[in-house]
Design a protein around this ligand. Structure first.
Ligand SMILES: [Mg+2]
Length: 167
């Protein structure tokens, strides 16, 4: 059970995914979670550099499909902008949504990778089905840590200012 939580690959950014390595493993299709994997959960738009990366995936011959537990509106908006299929309300960690994605792409389990930011939904669902699982650091998490650091710095600066004005 515990081993089902371990991804086959761990990266801190989508750009770190070694596409040549995936090709050598026979991977032809890549499924992606949406929230915090390709778009921050609190945003509606994909960053332009990520959008470019997705276009390069298609150019390199990879088939792409999104598999999200989020609603139809969120999923279809992204899918239509990138012109790729998607599965909404996928109910990960259940395998149902991933199986649906495989059918949509006409791809096999051993030819497919799944990229997501959460161990208990994405990695678990992918490992249960047997696809090649890739865990990526969450997008919004990074921003949140950045905000926290900024707040700490802010505190220090404010302290100094107070001291100066009092002294
Ligand atoms: Mg996610």
């Amino acid at each position: 059970m515990l081993s089902k939580l371990y991804p086959k690959m761990y990266v801190t950014s989508l750009f770190q995914i070694d596409l040549e390595d995936l090709k050598q493993r026979g991977i032809k299709s890549i499924l992606f979670d949406i929230d915090n994997t390709v778009i921050p959960w609190d945003s509606h738009k994909m960053a332009p550099e990520i959008e470019r990366w997705f276009r390069s995936l298609s150019e390199q011959g990879f088939k792409v499909c999104f598999v999200s537990n989020n609603n139809e509106h969120r999923v279809s908006k992204l899918c239509s902008s990138l012109q790729v299929p998607g599965v909404h309300r996928a109910a990960k960690p259940r395998r149902r949504g991933l199986r649906q994605a495989l059918r949509l792409l006409g791809t096999k389990i051993n030819e497919t990778a799944f990229v997501g930011d959460q161990v208990f939904t994405d990695v678990l669902a992918g490992n249960r089905l047997g696809v090649y699982t890739i865990l990526v650091s969450p997008l919004a998490g990074k921003e949140f840590i950045g905000t926290k650091i900024n707040r700490q710095l802010e505190k220090l600066v404010l302290k100094r200012i107070k001291r100066k004005t009092q002294g």
